[in-house]
Design a protein around this ligand. Structure first.
Ligand code: NAP
Length: 255
């Protein structure tokens, strides 16, 4: 049965979608476990949300690429908050815009280890707690890159096609349990994503030039909506793009 104040674990809560989901769910009375590598940011956010909303928040360092780090973060969060109900496997990144044959090992590993392995490790550690609670929801954060490949995105797209496959698989595997599985798949959204990808401020700004992209809050709203629906309703997938983006390759830009 749905608890009065479900506990939501979010990876990548130091920025972008993860931070926005934390803010929105805090305002809706959810308790939170927030993790990222930049733990200071997460701690500051946790303090703010506790003061503003009177909820319980656990903040911890986690590197989702590392099994021991993920396991320690998830166990500490579940102990501090008395269990877990919702997992938001959000931590992820794109690194570079290389043609497939040019992709350096460092960027290849960063994307596959974070976007694929990190998601598995997060859900693998968190799911026993969700099962124990008997009510839960697992969110994957996919991408339009998991629906339509584009030049310069081969490995990132592969990782997000992988996320889509994992969401579809997990939904089959937990069928019969009160655990919903949703993939929220955004198009271009202005977060720190392009700064991380381009490693260059000016190039990152150019991505959004003349466009009104999605904001992190828009994506958080998709998560909140899926979560608030009655327990018998599972939204499998939300493909959400800004109005200026008709497809990966067609974006309207104002002069
Ligand atoms: N923005 C977009 O256009 C867009 C579109 C579709 C999908 N997405 C996806 O949305 C998700 C969130 O991205 P965002 O746009 O919010 O970007 P962002 O602002 O750069 O946030 C990414 C978050 O992931 C965390 N992270 C990265 N590597 C990590 C690791 N190894 N361990 C733990 N945390 C890690 C970062 O925290 P630390 O650096 O502090 O660890 C940060 O909090 C990603 O999966 C991304 O692929 C983004």
């Amino acid at each position: 049965m749905r608890p009065e104040h479900p506990v939501v674990l979010i990876t990548g809560a130091s920025s972008g979608f993860g931070e926005a989901v934390a803010r929105l769910l805090a305002a809706n009375g959810f308790h939170l476990a927030l993790g990222a590598r930049r733990v200071e940011r997460v701690r500051v956010l946790a303090d703010e949300l506790v003061k503003a909303h009177g909820i319980k928040v656990f903040a911890g360092a986690v590197d989702t690429r590392e099994t021991a780090s993920v396991n320690a973060f998830v166990e500490a969060a579940a102990t501090a908050l008395g269990g877990l109900h919702v997992l938001v496997a959000n931590a992820g990144l794109a690194s570079g815009t290389f043609k497939l044959w040019e992709t350096p090992d460092e960027d290849l590993e960063a994307m596959l280890r974070t976007n694929v392995e990190g998601v598995v490790k997060t859900i693998r550690a968190g799911l026993p707690h969700v099962r124990k609670a008997g009510w839960g929801h697992v969110f994957f954060i996919g991408s339009t890159a998991g629906h339509q490949p584009y030049e310069g995105g081969s490995v990132y797209c592969a990782s997000k096609f992988g996320v889509k496959a994992m969401a579809q698989t997990l939904r089959l595997e937990v069928n019969g349990e009160q655990i919903r599985v949703t993939s929220v798949d955004p198009g271009m959204a202005e977060t720190e994503f392009s700064n991380v990808r381009m490693k260059d401020e000016a190039k990152a700004r150019a991505v959004y030039q003349g466009v009104k992209p999605l904001a992190a809050f828009d994506v958080a709203e998709c998560v909140r909506w899926c979560l608030m629906l009655p327990d018998h309703v599972n939204i499998d997938e939300i493909l959400v793009k800004c109005t200026d983006q008709a497809s990966v390759h067609k974006v309207h830009r104002r002069a």
